[in-house]
Design a protein around this ligand. Structure first.
Ligand code: SF4
Length: 81
């Protein structure tokens, strides 16, 4: 069941379908586009402590941090990573 959860990512918020779609998109990124797994986890650790994360969405910009963070050239809109 879907619910809004502060500081939660998609799976914790019951949004399995969206999580699956995002994972499929990330899997299709080239190595040039994608940041390392270590950097990805570091970024999401920051998001997981951020008050703007709600129900898997960044309330600062409306993105899915789990998707945005996968791109090497992307940045947190709040300059946290
Ligand atoms: S992308 Fe930045 S502002 Fe958005 S949830 Fe993550 S740390 Fe917070």
């Amino acid at each position: 069941m879907e619910h809004i959860c502060k500081r939660c990512f998609l799976l914790e918020s019951g949004r399995e379908d969206t999580h699956k779609i995002i994972k499929e998109h990330i899997d299709r990124l080239s190595e040039k586009e994608k940041c390392t797994g270590e950097e990805y986890r570091r970024r999401l650790d920051v998001c997981g402590e951020c008050d703007f994360l709600s129900g898997g969405v960044c309330l600062k910009c409306g993105c899915y941090p789990e998707f945005r963070a996968a791109f090497i050239k992307q940045k947190c809109p709040y300059k946290k990573w």
